[in-house]
Design a protein around this ligand. Structure first.
Ligand SMILES: [Zn+2]
Length: 240
């Protein structure tokens, strides 16, 4: 859970693991301690903005669809504002990332930007001409729970074979254990995954991303085919 200090201060970055197993109160206490620690080091009050998987429901005000399931259905924003005694802004992390890249990052100058996150989970955000396309549920760019294989592994969302069950870090580990390691095709020393698992992953990334772009085209009636043409999947710089 990284927090970057404002540019007016010396560059600083603090990271703490999310205490998933300890539950809701421990996670909020962790955020509180992180903010207080940064404030001590900056010697000034901080403003707090949080990018998180999932979204705040406009109906209930509670977080929904987070892969940290203990946060779902809870008034995270209100509780943090009470705990930290200030306003807190919360938005979907993939939307934040996509908007940032579209404005002054890798997507600067492009009319349509699809930002993709491959990490612990799989996320994404869509930006049209500098404006985030959130959709009614604030998750228009989310492609991690599109079904890639209907008979695939169970997902925490309740479906089977979601993109996230294959392309996330844990999904890659599972595939490596099932295919790469079992086939004895471990890569040379220094590589972090077997060639077999890597080839499967590259094929799955291409298939899943093609499906996501096709769905976005159908939904928005925007021409996004340039995105697929620009993909270079075999040279993908994977974060694992
Ligand atoms: Zn799912």
């Amino acid at each position: 859970m990284p927090v970057r200090r404002q540019e007016a201060y010396p560059a600083d970055l603090a990271r703490r693991p999310t205490p998933q197993a300890e539950g809701y109160d421990a996670i909020l206490a962790n955020i509180h301690d992180l903010v207080r620690d940064l404030e001590r080091r900056a010697n000034t009050p901080c403003r707090v903005g949080i990018g998180t998987p999932g979204a705040i429901s406009s109906r209930t005000g509670c977080l929904k669809n987070s892969n940290t399931v203990s946060l779902n259905g809870r008034p995270v924003k209100q509780d943090l504002e009470q705990l930290l005694a200030r306003d807190v802004r919360i938005a979907n992390d993939a939307n934040c990332f996509a908007l940032s890249e579209a404005i002054d990052g890798a997507g600067k100058g492009y009319g349509v930007v699809f930002g993709v996150i491959l990490g612990t989970g799989v996320g994404g955000g869509i930006v049209f001409h500098g404006r985030l396309h959130e959709g009614l549920q604030h998750i228009a760019g989310e492609w991690g729970h599109n079904v890639l294989e209907p008979d695939g592994p169970p997902c925490y969302c309740g479906k089977r074979g979601c993109v996230e069950t294959f392309l996330s870090g844990p999904g890659l580990v599972n595939d490596y254990l099932a295919h790469g390691a079992a086939q004895g095709r471990a890569s040379a020393a220094g590589d972090r995954m077997s060639e077999a698992a890597k080839e499967v992953l590259e094929d799955l990334v291409a298939a899943a991303m093609n499906d996501a772009v096709r769905k976005a085209e159908q939904t928005t009636q925007q021409k996004m085919s340039g995105l697929t043409a620009g993909l270079n999947i075999p040279g993908l710089n994977l974060p694992f």
